[in-house]
Design a protein around this ligand. Structure first.
Ligand SMILES: C[S@@+](CC[C@H](N)C(=O)[O-])C[C@H]1O[C@@H](n2cnc3c(N)ncnc32)[C@H](O)[C@@H]1O
Length: 338
């Protein structure tokens, strides 16, 4: 065992928040006190209560999770932007319990990623004679993005509905959207369709059909595709109206990765320092997928701050909170080492 991953409590300190250059800020605090002080997040990595009494305050069963997460979800929703992606780690049942609250607050489900720790995770611990279910070796990391809504009088429209609404308002026939973008039929087929095969129009296409509608549409209804009431949304602003996502080649939603062990696992003596330490590789994956260098990553339930470490290594800025002083001290030591 290296000296490096051995944690001692001698480094306990009341420094709060701890700053590592401009890159990382970690507070030894209840994160509910911190959200309002942090810059808006491009990525929120939530790895909080699981409903298994895993740490002080974690409810004993999943039935307590909705209440536990409600104030956090309210804050994430209040402070998120259309660019924000939320990665929600939990058990399958924990996620199912919290999903309705996320949906109610305008978080749109994108994908449930399954962390498969492999059979080695339970090897030697399974008495198949007494078990009444298959051994569980998975957790989920569920991707959510913000639902962008457009208020039109009393109606709240999705982006797909609003684009069509604005074009129809211009009085131009729908097929003219293709002419506006210089395509054969891709605009009607992709950006103005009402079915599930709808695509977010790329900024250049948006700019083209917005300009076309404003030039050739009914003069009385101008401006079209505008939020300001004077000009159409600029292409650069339109580009920021959805979450960032860059799909890595060869990666599916099943992540085969053993639970953290060896050099990566922080220990005190021979025992794991924190029961929930997540693999750094998976945290790096989700951060790289959903943000760019310089973007802000929130880790509300820090533990050993694996997501903040990933953010640091990937050139993002991290803001984390950990309520437990021992975990906080271990996390800042770990970040300091990195
Ligand atoms: C599941 S662990 C996170 C593990 C972390 N992802 C890692 O890789 O080390 C959740 C952590 O959240 C902390 N926590 C719980 N409630 C909190 C709160 N309101 N504010 C800040 N931290 C909290 C717990 O003390 C615990 O260490």
């Amino acid at each position: 065992m290296s000296q490096r991953n051995q944690m001692s409590l001698t480094s306990l300190s009341a420094r709060r928040p701890f700053h590592l250059g401009d890159g990382v800020e970690v507070a030894n605090a209840d994160v509910l006190e911190m959200y309002g002080r942090w810059p808006a997040a491009t990525v929120i990595v939530s790895d909080g209560a699981y409903g298994v009494s895993g740490f002080e305050g974690d409810p004993p069963t999943a039935s307590g999770l909705a209440e536990w997460y409600a104030p956090h979800v309210a804050e994430w929703s209040r402070l998120a932007t259309p660019e924000t992606t939320l990665w929600f780690w939990n058990t399958e049942l924990g996620w199912a319990t919290v999903h309705p609250i996320l949906a109610m607050h305008g978080w749109e489900y994108r994908c449930a990623n399954i962390w498969d720790k492999g059979l080695a995770h339970v090897a030697g611990n399974c008495n198949t004679v007494t078990l009444r279910k298959l051994p569980v070796v998975t957790e989920v990391c569920v991707q959510y993005t913000r639902q962008v809504r457009f208020q039109v009088g009393p109606r709240s429209l999705s982006m797909k509905e609003w684009l069509r609404y604005e074009w129809e308002r211009s009085g131009l026939p729908l097929y003219k959207t293709n002419e506006a973008c210089g395509v054969k039929n891709a605009a009607t087929r992709k950006y103005f369709t009402q079915d599930h095969l709808w695509y977010f129009p790329p900024p250049e296409a948006f700019e083209q059909f917005a300009a076309y509608a404003n030039e050739k549409g009914r003069p009385a209804g101008r401006p079209y595709f505008s939020l300001s009431g004077t000009d159409p949304i600029p292409a650069a602003q339109w580009a920021r109206m959805r979450a960032k996502f860059s799909c890595p080649v060869g990666v599916s939603n099943v992540w085969r990765e053993p639970a953290v062990r060896g050099e990566e696992r922080l220990k005190t003596g021979s025992r794991a320092f924190h029961l929930n330490q997540k693999p750094l590789s998976l945290m790096r994956r989700i951060i790289e997928i959903s943000s760019d260098p310089g973007d802000v990553v929130w880790e509300p339930f820090g533990g050993l701050c694996t997501a903040s470490l990933a953010a640091l290594l990937d050139g993002r800025r991290a803001f984390a909170a950990e309520i437990n002083p021992e975990f906080f001290a271990a996390a800042i030591e770990r970040l300091g080492d990195a």
